[in-house]
Design a protein around this ligand. Structure first.
Ligand code: GLA
Length: 384
């Protein structure tokens, strides 16, 4: 855990120059889970959990990265960017590699980073790494790129260098988030609109299961592949279909016999989740928190039973939350297999809620469930 000031002074003590400072945001997602890589819709927001970067040019061809929170370093030459066994370093190197692919001439960089965005909690620390660094490098070298282009560049880096077949939600949310608003993003066209987060007497609260299961990466890839398998089966009857985004419920039903039952369930979840998102936006417009909460609960049910990306711990947290007074809805958030649950809770019920959840969770798993109160803030930016 480091503050912006910590990161800045660590940099100066190491490299003897005042750095460029960047604050990169984590994100929540209100609804629309596992829809982004299916060209669907998502509803994320950037939050006040940050990774802070201090960056300086060093006039050489060498890069020196220092991950302050975990006390690790990584040094390499710009003429020899190859995958590191340090996972965090790849998120940064991949950005540089993408810029090199565009024939952009770079110079060596010194980088120190750290912050208060938990890793493995489903709040997208990896996208914050990519987003913050991409923005910093562009500012350093005066590269004219829009935030949308930076999100796309970070996505290519995740796919091509890091090797994660993720969607664009996290990078987009980190870079384009806005104070007290969620982003309704069409992941196909990248058209987006801001939806005010008027939650009335309610607030959003994260509860961290504290687990991050091994399965997360391989299962994520499996889901991406399963959706693609579903699309191929549907394309035989409906050649115009390019992704699950294009599929109607009737078309899916008509093709049910042409795919394994498991693939059918995965596809149906995605179709339903896109539909839920539109209903959720309507509920938010009307200030109807009960409906929004009910939709979140249905999403959890789908993620757990149909899409099968939840786990015992996050299921437990949601089941327990459901029984508590003042709760409108709760669900696991992000890729799955651990991380946080997102709870839509009446403000006056918070104290009792947390007491109960923490006590029962510890009894069940001998693990402390941390919670995060969050503010939706402007996305990743240079600190002046
Ligand atoms: C991870 C990925 C995102 C998205 C979510 C699930 O956070 O990085 O692209 O697919 O999982 O909604």
């Amino acid at each position: 855990m480091h503050t912006l000031e910590d990161i800045s002074s660590l940099f100066e003590n190491k490299f003897y120059e005042p750095p460029l400072l960047i604050q990169a945001c984590g994100r929540i997602n209100i609804i629309g889970e596992h829809t982004d890589y299916n060209d669907g819709f998502v509803l994320p927001a950037s939050i006040d959990r940050h990774i802070y970067f201090a960056i300086g040019e060093n006039g050489s061809n060498e890069c020196h990265f220092h991950a302050a929170d975990i006390g690790e370093e990584c040094h390499f030459s710009l003429s020899d960017i190859k995958k590191s066994e340090k996972a965090w370093a790849n998120y940064l190197m991949g950005i540089l590699q993408q810029l090199q692919k565009e024939d952009i001439a770079l110079e060596g960089l010194d980088v120190v980073f750290g912050g208060n965005l938990p890793v493995g909690a489903g709040m997208s620390s990896s996208a914050a790494l990519e987003a913050g660094f991409a923005l910093g490098v562009c500012s350093m070298f005066n590269l004219q790129k829009s935030r949308r282009e930076l999100a796309q560049l970070a996505l290519r880096s995740s796919h091509e260098f890091v090797g994660v077949p993720c969607g664009i939600m996290d990078q987009f949310a980190s870079l384009l988030g806005r104070r007290e608003q969620a982003i309704k993003l069409d992941c196909r066209s990248l058209h987006y609109e801001y939806i005010p987060l008027n939650l009335g007497d309610y607030e959003l609260l994260l509860v961290n299961s504290g687990v991050s299961h091994e399965l997360a990466n391989s299962a994520y890839k499996d889901r991406v592949e399963e959706c693609a398998t579903g699309v191929r089966a549907i394309q035989t009857a409906y050649p115009g279909v390019e992704s699950l985004r294009d599929v109607t419920f009737d078309q899916l039903e008509a093709c049910k016999g042409a795919m394994a039952e498991l693939i059918y369930r995965r596809c149906r979840y995605v179709l339903e989740e896109n539909e839920r998102l539109h209903q959720a936006v309507e509920a938010m417009d009307e200030g109807n928190m009960e409906t929004l909460g009910a939709l979140m609960l249905r999403t959890h049910e789908g993620l757990s039973k149909e899409y099968e990306v939840s786990c015992r711990e996050t299921d437990f947290l949601v089941e327990l939350a459901k029984e508590q007074p003042g709760l409108a809805g709760a669900r696991m958030m992000g890729g799955g297999f651990g991380g946080c649950t997102l709870n839509l809770l009446r403000k006056d019920a918070k104290e009792e809620f947390l007491k109960k959840i923490k006590r029962e969770y510890y009894r069940a798993f001998s693990t402390k469930a941390e919670h995060y109160e969050l503010e939706v803030v402007n996305g990743t930016d240079i600190v002046n």
